[in-house]
Design a protein around this ligand. Structure first.
Ligand SMILES: C[S@@+](CC[C@H](N)C(=O)[O-])C[C@H]1O[C@@H](n2cnc3c(N)ncnc32)[C@H](O)[C@@H]1O
Length: 284
């Protein structure tokens, strides 16, 4: 079910409206990121055809246009790293065995829907910007109707901005703070500027404090190992489509360690793959 912010008393609402508009302006570039989520859906459709429900005619057109100057085989090779990213996070979920998962910037990922369909004791929260969540909810409802699937009751879709909102307040209605919780962010943070990344990490640390036991798991770019074609794709998809330049990432693991240490975060570094370093944040 899509949940929106609960209504507040009038004076607070006026103030909230002002700060929300400012936040939305600041995050305007990230709002366009949904087109990259459609490209990821095309990549994932090889393993799970349901993903094609999330690709709009515009998404298909842009994908076809891209194939005109980059052969599809090469394109798939380049995007393969993206699928491997998902595989590492899937692996983390299966070893951590959380009772509850919060997926920040979940985009059009079907992970939550599929996991909840398979296991009705898991509580799963998909969280993304409202432009993405409202479309996702409509598409999933259509898919359930057409394919005769039940919409899992333990699967929740929440609209939020991970940069500006009080995250616990946003998801409080659909989570249990006593449950063993894994918070994940896949493919989300590389679009953030340096300042946005710092505020995301701080928001996440504040959120973690509310749980009895919770861990945040994500990945960070450590280098740019993917060559010139990757750089072109990044320019086309990220700079033009999302109108955001993103961050360059960290040069090496030490630099990232120093960064988190400097923020005062409690963290652990995990596996490093294809230029991505996976890491966890814990309650301070
Ligand atoms: C590349 S997509 C990744 C989607 C998904 N995690 C996956 O692996 O398929 C990045 C997602 O982050 C979302 N996003 C970007 N900025 C955000 C913000 N400030 N708050 C919440 N979600 C955000 C975008 O809307 C988009 O759906």
């Amino acid at each position: 079910m899509v949940r929106h912010r609960s209504r507040k008393a009038a004076p607070a609402r006026a103030c909230e409206f002002e700060s929300r508009s400012l936040r939305q302006m600041k995050n305007a570039g990230n709002d366009k990121i949904s087109i990259t989520a459609e490209f990821v859906s095309i990549m994932r459709s090889g393993d799970d055809i349901k993903n094609l429900y999330f690709v709009s005619p515009k998404g298909f057109r842009l994908y076809d246009a891209t194939k005109m100057f980059i052969p599809e085989k090469k394109l798939r090779e380049i995007f393969n790293w993206r699928l491997r990213l998902s595989a590492v996070i899937d692996e983390k979920i299966s070893t951590a065995k959380p009772e509850q998962i919060i997926d920040f910037g979940s985009g059009y990922s079907l992970r939550g829907f599929n996991l909840c369909t398979d296991d009705n004791s898991l509580n799963y929260v998909d969280a993304d910007l409202s432009s993405v969540t409202s479309r996702k909810k409509k598409i999933l409802e259509k898919m359930c109707l057409e394919k005769n699937f039940a919409f899992p009751k333990n699967y929740h879709i929440v609209s939020l901005n991970v940069l500006g909102d009080n995250l616990f307040e946003e998801i409080g209605g659909v989570i249990d703070a006593n449950k063993n919780t894994l918070i994940i962010a896949e493919g989300l943070t590389s679009y953030f500027s340096k300042d946005e990344f710092a505020s995301f990490i701080n928001n996440t640390r504040s959120l973690l404090k509310n749980f009895r036991h919770a861990e945040f798991y994500s990945h960070e770019n450590i280098s740019q190992p993917k060559g010139i074609l990757y750089k072109i794709l990044r320019y086309v998809f990220v700079s033009i489509l999302t109108r955001s330049r993103g961050r360059r990432g960290f040069d090496n693991i030490e630099e990232f360690k120093k960064y988190l240490g400097g923020l005062g975060a409690k963290f652990a570094l995990d596996t490093s793959k294809d230029g991505f370093l996976f890491y966890s944040l814990f309650k301070d």
